[in-house]
Design a protein around this ligand. Structure first.
Ligand code: FA5
Length: 344
């Protein structure tokens, strides 16, 4: 009988312990069962009245019950104290947070965005054409037949075992001019394209990287002349470099433009007077010219009706010519050195 009572008390105690919501309640349950005048101790007082045999049995049962209850108590105490620690950890929601390190866009991405917004404000649309391109778009269709010596300047990467019967070998495009014909095939005039894309050449030194960006402008409409070209480039230069910078165009040669020009910008340090950085007051920006009639024809546009201009400059070099920037080696832009990139 007494042994049954002990077992019931033990189950009752464990049941209550497992239901306890906080350490205070747990302490109250502990005292109620295991304390000096707790329920288990009250039963212990019955032992002297028993026979030696019964004493032994009951003593053993009481000890086992106590061990069980204490073990469940300890586990529950641990569990409740972890919960109450978490609960009681107070934090001030108004305290200033710890700022995670903040990055910024890469300089070249920033430059691309700025260039895009200047040209789109003039009504140009942003285009992108394939980096892996066919010979026709990169050379042949631009008036540079196979074996033409002008091709040498582009130091091209050819794609092994890739050839199209009509369009020739596969190349990594060495300039964004490959987008000219693609744009003409896609849209009838008037065309106002700004194609900004990656270009590849087998070059690497302080002013060359094997992968770089160019931005290519193409405008085709009726009666487009050199004054439109000059005006557009001037607008870009003033917005990108600042109102005091000027541009000039010098005669040059490209197979796909006639006439062709090299475009210079007045030096931002000496404002055109001549200094150590620029030598004669001018810095070279890139190529431009009036679209060659043969290229218009290849793009399906009648050169009797339409004329156009095009220009293609390197994003990195153009960015490096902003006043106040002194980046000596173009490769630093792609070196992934945070000490350099964080300065901008
Ligand atoms: C061209 O690529 C012509 N397609 C430009 C053009 C377009 C002329 C439309 C006329 C009409 P060029 O090879 O000069 O031209 O390259 C133009 C610019 O790209 C250079 O002035 C330079 O800023 C940049 N560039 C060329 N090669 C590299 C290189 N390896 N690394 C970084 N920038 C480069």
């Amino acid at each position: 009988m007494l042994k049954d009572q002990i077992r019931n008390l033990k189950n009752e105690a464990i049941g209550e312990i497992l239901e306890a919501k906080n350490p205070q309640e747990l302490e109250r349950i502990r005292a109620g069962f295991l304390g000096r005048s707790g329920k288990i101790n009250r039963l212990t007082k019955e032992i002297p009245k028993l026979s030696p045999e019964e004493k032994k049995d009951l003593g053993q049962a009481i000890n086992e019950a106590k061990i069980n209850i204490e073990s469940v108590l300890r586990q529950t105490q641990d569990k409740l104290s972890v919960q109450s620690d978490n609960h009681q950890k107070w934090f001030d929601v108004t305290a200033p947070g710890i700022r995670p390190p903040e990055g910024h866009l890469h300089l070249v991405t920033e430059a691309i965005r700025e260039i895009t917004s200047i040209f789109t404000s003039l009504g140009f649309h942003r285009a992108r054409y394939p980096e892996a391109e066919w010979d026709w778009y990169a050379f042949e269709g631009l008036n540079m037949a196979e074996n033409h010596p002008a091709r040498d300047e582009w130091e091209t990467f050819f794609i092994e075992n890739l050839e199209n019967k009509k369009l020739g070998k596969g190349v990594l495009t060495p300039h964004t001019s490959s987008g000219q014909l693609r744009e003409m095939e896609k849209y009838p005039p008037p065309i106002r394209m700004i194609n900004i894309a990656k270009c590849y050449r087998r070059q690497s030194d302080i002013s060359h990287v094997p992968m770089f960006y160019q931005f290519e402008g193409l405008v085709i409409d009726r009666e487009i002349s050199i004054t439109h070209l000059k005006g557009t480039l001037d607008y870009f230069a003033k917005n990108f470099f600042g109102p005091n910078r000027k541009i000039r165009i010098r005669p040059f040669h490209f197979q796909f433009t006639e006439p062709s020009f090299e475009v210079d910008i007045s030096c931002g340090l000496c404002e055109g007077k001549g200094c150590k950085f620029c030598k004669e007051g001018w810095l070279e920006l890139g190529g431009s010219g009036m679209v060659h009639p043969a290229v218009l024809k290849n793009g399906g546009i009648d050169p009797q009706k339409y004329s156009g201009f095009a220009f293609g400059w390197g994003v990195e070099r153009t960015y490096m010519m902003k006043a106040g920037l002194k980046i000596d080696d173009i490769r630093m832009l792609y070196g992934n050195d945070l000490r350099f990139l964080k300065q901008f």
